[in-house]
Ligand binder design. Structure first.
Ligand code: ACO
Length: 323
């Protein structure tokens, strides 16, 4: 059985760190409110001249170094993002150029906060189908560019950053003991559009637009849908919550993360949490958390990792992989 195995991981966060207290100067909000409602303490914001592809390239270089590989070893690049530098070309082809990669392919995946789960599932499918031997899978965002800085209910929640994985084809024996992606579950339902969207775009307003969110109803959808997609991904391969070594969830809100872990019967000791330091970085949050989890020596080879995410669409899903 051909498996798509993690061979390297890396991330990049822009230098500028913004603590909650900075929002107290311009908005009717407080560090206390942001911390207790979301778990967020600080976030990174990209510099004015730093774009999503800049962050993505830094994360890609870190992952290549971590894997001990060079760009010649890579067959393709998939970037999950909702905040591309330009309408086109894709961020992936910009990363390709900046890395000096002159062969292979690159494309972007847009499923907002679920983007990395979608990208990983696509990468796995391409590798298993024999279309590529080794892929760079990146989540990269500059959500600071689509914030309405007068809306306290959204602008305090998001941050910028990028994370990258390298997936390589390796033979397994077909059991759930194999390393690599073992299962995935993808979902979307366009009826929920109003809960989370950006009020601009190329073919409607001709502007980039700003993020709009109904936080409270979204919160209620999140815990329920994240638990069911996580259960579905595990169930497809005959595993259950108790088999999981690490939940590495999308980092939107500590209360959503805690609620999902509780519903799955798992203690918070088994959850990688970065939301306090990164805020919600949309498609970048899972690869950032994976990279931090490895850096901290927590996620180790052979561990069963479950990642789940939900975002605009709504779109949601989960991936189970053995590290
Ligand atoms: N500072 C102070 N008060 C605030 C702020 C703020 N920054 N923002 C909102 N409030 C006020 C509201 O106006 C409201 O006041 P009111 O009762 O007088 O109307 C009060 O706080 C409570 O607001 P709620 O929205 O009910 O607060 P809630 O406990 O639901 O927390 C939050 C809000 C943090 C947005 C939460 O609903 C949430 O995290 N929702 C899910 C969001 C999410 O996960 N989004 C991402 C998923 S998809 C993606 O990642 C893109």
């Amino acid at each position: 059985t051909l498996r798509a195995v993690v061979e390297g991981v890396g991330h990049y966060l822009p230098d500028r760190i913004v603590p909650n207290s900075e929002f107290e100067k311009s908005l009717d909000t407080s560090d206390e409110w942001i911390r207790t409602r979301s778990g967020i303490e600080r976030r990174h914001f990209a510099a004015e001249d730093q774009t999503t592809s800049d962050l993505a390239v830094r994360a890609a270089r870190a992952a290549l170094e971590n894997a001990g590989l060079s760009v010649e070893d890579i067959d393709g690049i998939i970037v999950a993002t909702s905040t591309p530098d330009l309408t086109f070309p894709s961020v992936a082809t910009m990363v390709q150029r900046d890395l000096g990669m002159t062969r292979g392919f690159g494309f972007d995946v847009q499923a907002v906060c679920a983007g990395f789960v979608y990208a990983l599932t696509n990468a796995h499918a391409l590798i298993v189908a024999g279309q590529a031997r080794r892929l760079l899978v990146i989540g990269a965002e500059t959500f600071s560019r689509i914030m309405d800085w007068t809306d306290r209910s959204t602008c305090v929640l998001f941050g910028d950053g990028a994370g990258a994985l390298i997936l390589g084809a390796q033979e397994g024996n077909g059991s759930t003991e194999d390393r690599g992606v073992l299962s995935a579950d993808l979902n979307s339902d366009g009826r929920y559009r109003e809960m989370l969207y950006v009020d601009g775009g190329v073919s409607s307003t001709g502007t980039a637009g700003k993020l709009r969110m109904q936080g409270n109803p979204l919160f209620r959808q999140a815990v329920e849908k994240l638990t069911s997609t996580a259960d579905a991904a595990l169930d497809k391969i005959g595993l259950q919550g108790s088999d999981v070594d690490w939940i590495v969830p999308h980092q939107a809100n500590i209360r959503i993360i805690q609620g999902t872990a509780r519903k799955m019967g798992l203690s918070m000791d088994k959850v990688i949490v970065t939301v306090q330091d990164h805020g919600n970085t949309s498609a970048a949050s899972i690869p950032l958390a994976l990279s931090v989890g490895v850096e901290q020596g927590r996620i180790r080879q052979g561990d069963l990792v479950l990642s789940e995410a939900i975002g605009g669409g709504l779109a949601w899903g989960a991936v189970v992989l053995r590290w």
